[in-house]
Design a protein around this ligand. Structure first.
Ligand code: ADP
Length: 247
């Protein structure tokens, strides 16, 4: 079908909690190289959509195709292995390990922290670590203990730990929460770079940041799509204005 060109094709996706539809007949398509932002008021269903994609929540009905593979029946672990990475708001870095070690343990061959540290650092692994460290702006901090990094740097490190697993879809939940103005700008650049060659799906509340990064915006409201398109068209949509400004 025509939808097979998309990295992610969500069709007619619904999840009910005790009869309440948190996500209701959702259709969402994301291309390769696309940075797609989901916005919407609290309780709109944004987090639930990400939970459904990564398998944390099971759909009541509908389909989630990732690179033409149906995800709805897979375990969370298999969804990660299929190439879906998700960054939560709270970073899950190892504070006592260095930046390099954090990247090293996240390399697909590192099955456990201990095993990965004992694993001989091959040239291939080191080249990848250096490449990622540069991308996440931490090339000068490779020997720094992760716990000593700034709040923003910790977020970037976690993005790096996902990137080293080479995901084709990267999902981020409010990636600039708590960041300084400078860090937000650097994060916008970082997200722009990492959307090249893959797909990125972001939940974001900060409209100024959405405007900076989004190729496409989906507005969710009560589990349904209220509007979808580029930022300018979505912002001027009367339905969106009404939901955001009330009356
Ligand atoms: P958002 O991320 O847009 O703020 P959520 O996806 O967190 O919204 O939640 C959407 C709705 O679904 C909310 O009304 C929330 O209370 C409800 N919800 C989410 N997860 C569950 C769950 N596991 N059980 C029951 N209700 C849930």
């Amino acid at each position: 079908s025509a939808n097979s060109d998309f990295t992610l094709a969500i069709e007619d996706l619904t999840v009910s909690f005790d009869g309440f539809k948190a996500v209701d007949s959702l259709n969402l398509y994301i291309d390769k190289n696309e940075l797609h932002v989901v916005i919407g008021p609290n309780g709109a269903g944004k987090t639930t959509v990400l939970d459904l994609i990564c398998g944390k929540t099971k759909a009541t009905s509908g389909s989630i195709k990732f690179l033409n593979k149906e995800l709805t029946d897979l375990s969370e672990h298999d969804i990660v292995r299929a190439g879906v990475g998700r960054k939560f708001q709270t970073p899950s870095i190892y504070e006592n390990l260095t930046v390099m070690e954090n990247l090293e343990v996240s390399y697909p061959k590192g099955r456990s922290v201990l095993g990965a540290l004992m694993f001989k650092r091959s040239e291939q692994v080191m080249a990848k670590i250096n490449e990622i460290a540069k991308e996440i702006m931490l090339e000068d901090e490779l020997d720094t203990e992760a716990g000593l990094l700034s709040h923003g740097q910790k977020q970037w490190l976690e993005i790096g730990m996902l990137l080293i697993q080479n995901p084709q879809l990267l999902m981020l939940d409010e990636p600039v929460a708590g960041m300084s103005v400078k860090e937000r700008e650097q994060t916008a650049e970082l997200l722009n770079k990492i959307s090249s060659g893959r797909s990125v799906l972001v939940i974001e509340h900060d409209m100024e940041f959405v405007e900076q990064i989004a190729h496409k915006v989906t507005v969710l409201h009560q589990g349904k799509i209220l509007a979808m398109g580029d930022m300018a068209s979505v912002q001027s949509d009367p339905k969106v204005v009404e939901v955001y400004l009330g009356h």
